[in-house]
Design a protein around this ligand. Structure first.
Ligand SMILES: [Cu+2]
Length: 154
């Protein structure tokens, strides 16, 4: 009888350990892992800048003899002011926004349009870190632009 009771307690102990381990594993997978993969914390002012910056791909950009294509071509961006950039394709030809060298933002990821930006469509990107990016259009390499992103000056 006494032996029976102790093996019963032993069984409960084992079950408790197994349940405890399962809960720990579930907790680890559901909470700990996603937490560690979370995007870096970015200042609210940078996530919600004062205004959007629009760069137009103007009509005729596909023509190599036309001087202007990305307008404005050189832009200076201040984090917290106008770091939300939108490229609008006002042309009747598809274009791309492709960095000359691979460019990453720690919050927004890889910079550059995935595929073409069709006529009438747009590509947008939120910059959260200061960096300088030269970019071009893949099908029309004479279309070039430069972004200089700097921290806000107080
Ligand atoms: Cu183009």
């Amino acid at each position: 009888m006494e032996k029976n009771e102790s093996s019963h307690a032993y069984g409960i102990g084992i079950i408790t350990i197994i349940v405890g381990m399962s809960v720990s594993i579930v907790f680890y997978q559901m909470y700990y892992i996603p937490e560690s993969l979370l995007k870096p914390s970015v200042d609210e002012h940078i996530l919600h800048p004062v205004k959007e910056l629009i760069i137009e791909m103007i009509p005729g950009s596909a023509n190599p003899n036309q001087q202007d294509n990305f307008v404005p071509k050189l832009v200076r961006i201040q984090l917290g002011i106008d770091n939300h950039v939108i490229w609008k394709n006002l042309d009747d030809t598809p274009h791309t926004v492709t960095p000359d060298h691979r460019a990453e933002d720690p919050y927004s990821g890889t910079f550059g349009s995935s595929g073409v930006v069709k006529a009438g469509e747009e590509y947008e990107f939120l910059f959260t870190e200061d960096q300088e990016i030269a970019y071009h259009c893949e099908p029309h390499p004479w279309m070039t632009g430069t972004l200089i992103i700097t921290k806000q000056r107080f």
